[in-house]
Design a protein around this ligand. Structure first.
Ligand SMILES: Nc1ncnc2c1ncn2[C@@H]1O[C@H](COP(=O)(O)OP(=O)(O)OP(=O)(O)O)[C@@H](O)[C@H]1O
Ligand SMILES: [Mg+2]
Length: 272
């Protein structure tokens, strides 16, 4: 495929162009375009079933979009279309995500769950690691130290040897976020990070998202139903409904947009 027109403005990290995906007869995402700039905290909002998680799945190539392009500026600074690329190669390029339902290995410790996020960064071969050759041991030690540093940063270092399964939801979410930080992310995608958190935990989360951006010098894309959180922390927001673009702009532009208001009012009436 020609790479001639893989161009993005220098400040852009991700550019979605005319993205569509069909499930049977349903157009879950329908000709959606938006772009995210370096170091932005960018929100994707929309009523239940609007297609937000599906957009994430199309970006990370968990689903292959029916049409459109997902241009991404990699860690190395190359612009690539991610469509059709294998999921693991996308993580290596600096794009990582968390899931709407926290996905941890319950039987493993908090620390080991974070180390799972690092294994893609291991440079030693599987054989060198299995034989525990000195290079692999050194690397493992380095990774453990990095995991401990990340857990410290997230404020849960004291729990590192506890089994992940028994931890409260707020802690599990932090473990998942810690895991994304292990592979030197450039863009972190968070699917409903505040779901299930209380007010204090949500406030802490808002602070950690800001701190993550500063310390790890990355961009954040998030889906979130907690409007207070979205409006507080996002630099810009894209609103969608039935898979279609509604509006994109600053929190105040989005709040006063008539299409957005209509989409949310419609949802309330449906629920009544
Ligand atoms: N794998 C799939 N197969 C068939 N339909 C799907 C699939 N995944 C999602 N859908 C449908 O696509 C639409 C968008 O779903 P999606 O989960 O992306 O919405 P969402 O905006 O994330 O919703 P929520 O706010 O509830 O998380 C829904 O109608 C959903 O039923
Ligand atoms: Mg969803």
């Amino acid at each position: 495929m020609s790479e001639n027109n893989l161009s993005m403005a220098t400040e852009e990290v991700l550019r979605i162009e005319h993205l569509s995906i069909n499930f049977g007869g349903l157009k879950a995402v329908d000709d959606l375009s938006f772009e995210i700039r370096d170091r932005e905290i960018f929100g994707l909002i929309g009523p239940n079933g609007a297609g937000k998680t599906t957009v994430f799945n199309c970006i990370t190539q968990f689903y292959r979009p029916t049409e459109g392009r997902v241009l991404f500026r990699t860690k190395e600074g190359r612009v690539e279309d991610l469509v059709g690329q294998p999921v693991h190669s996308i993580i290596r390029k600096g794009l990582v995500r968390t899931f709407q339902n926290v996905e941890l290995v319950n039987e493993l410790s908090v620390l080991d769950n974070v180390l799972v996020g690092a294994h893609i960064d291991f440079k030693s071969s599987g054989l060198a690691q299995a034989l525990r050759l000195p290079g692999a041991r050194r690397e493992e030690k380095k990774m453990r130290e990095k995991a401990q540093e990340v857990l410290e940063f997230m404020g849960i270092a004291a729990l590192q040897n506890e089994v992940a399964g028994g931890q409260p939801y707020g802690v599990r979410k932090k473990v998942e976020m810690a895991r994304t930080l292990m592979c030197g992310p450039k863009l972190i995608i968070l699917d409903e990070p505040a779901a299930g958190l209380n007010d204090v935990e949500t406030q802490q989360l808002a602070e950690s998202i800001h701190q993550v951006r500063e310390k790890y010098e990355c961009t954040v894309l998030l889906v979130e139903h907690d409007m207070r959180l979205v409006m507080n922390i996002c630099d810009r927001i894209c609103a969608i409904s039935f898979g279609k673009f509604l509006a994109c702009g600053t929190p105040s532009q989005i709040q006063s947009d008539p299409h957005v208001q209509e989409a949310y009012l419609g949802e309330k009436e449906d629920e009544a």
